[in-house]
Design a protein around this ligand. Structure first.
Ligand SMILES: NC(=O)c1ccc[n+]([C@@H]2O[C@H](COP(=O)([O-])OP(=O)(O)OC[C@H]3O[C@@H](n4cnc5c(N)ncnc54)[C@H](OP(=O)(O)O)[C@@H]3O)[C@@H](O)[C@H]2O)c1
Length: 258
């Protein structure tokens, strides 16, 4: 029986590129996002191009309980899920006190709670397969505090720490756990974060979503603990280990200043 890869946030951006990369390798897909039409188009495209089965599940994963509904649907359909990619997420940009609190709580729900809930719900299914993988998508923002992106960076630091801990706990099982920390990529992230006016600044460092996805899937299948795609991003993550935090925060604040 073929194995399924469940990818959250797979209607576009890095999630879509990851889905394509997995389809190329013969994985059947479960695509999850809010945009039903985009998911339908991708289902047609991936099944025709790569000859894999593609299921779609349209939902807003920031609604509490959505992750559980997704797992129940997978269970009811007996999908043998062996790859879980927790990718859906977004950032809100601005000074903490000026951003509507509900928006920030919604981001925390999607970036953190949904990752935890879906992982917990899917573990029994992942354990049943011969070899399984969990890939959680954090960010280079996980490695340092980022003024004007404070809560986003904190949510990704949570993902990184959770992923490393879970990896250790599951090290003697059939489940390999990996954290992906991309830097800027050419996706819808910038627009949703309200960063469009900084496009020129971030575009200089943008990686293509396809390149990020290829590096991510290769690393995941090779049981890597952390993946930071791109030389500049690796340097910036390394710098965060050796430079004083105050300097890093000053530099970050300058790049993302309002
Ligand atoms: N691009 C970057 O520069 C960058 C850098 C570091 C980390 N990341 C991380 O990479 C991940 C993917 O982001 P991206 O850059 O690919 O952004 P993107 O192009 O905006 O894609 C986000 C994906 O998540 C889905 N999504 C968003 N909110 C959702 C919700 N409430 N429920 C279900 N699905 C939802 C979107 O689909 P719908 O809109 O159809 O729901 C879309 O498929 C995120 O976790 C992000 O934090 C991105």
């Amino acid at each position: 029986m073929s194995n399924y890869a469940l990818i959250t946030g797979s209607s576009k951006g890095i999630g879509m590129a990851i889905a394509k990369s997995l389809a190329k390798r013969g994985f059947d897909l479960i695509l999850v996002a809010r945009s039903e039409n985009q998911l339908r188009d991708l289902k047609k495209q991936f099944s025709e191009t790569y000859g894999v089965k593609v299921e779609i599940f349209t939902t807003d994963l920031s609604v509490p309980g959505a992750a559980h509904k997704l797992e129940v649907w997978c269970s009811d359909n007996s999908f043998p899920v062996s790859v879980l990619i927790n990718n859906a997420g977004y950032g809100v940009w601005g000074n903490f006190e000026n951003i509507v609190l509900e928006e920030q709580l919604n981001m925390m729900q999607l970036n953190m709670n949904t990752v935890v809930e879906l992982t917990h719900h899917m573990l029994p299914t992942l354990k049943k397969q011969k070899q399984s993988y969990i890939l959680n998508v954090a960010s280079t923002a996980a490695y340092q505090a980022l003024p004007t992106f404070s809560l986003y960076a904190a949510s990704k630091a949570f993902v990184l720490s959770f992923t490393r801990g879970l990896r250790f706990e599951l090290r003697k099982t059939n489940i390999s756990v990996t954290c992906l920390s991309p830097g800027p990529a050419d996706t819808g992230f910038v627009d949703r974060a309200g960063l469009s006016k900084l496009n020129d600044v971030t575009a200089k460092f943008n990686m293509r979503a396809d390149s990020v996805a290829e590096i991510a899937i290769e690393g995941m299948l090779n049981n890597r603990s952390e993946i930071i795609p791109g030389f500049t991003n690796k340097i910036s993550a390394f710098a965060s280990r050796i430079l004083p935090k105050s300097i890093l925060e000053y530099a970050g604040a300058n790049i993302f200043k309002k």
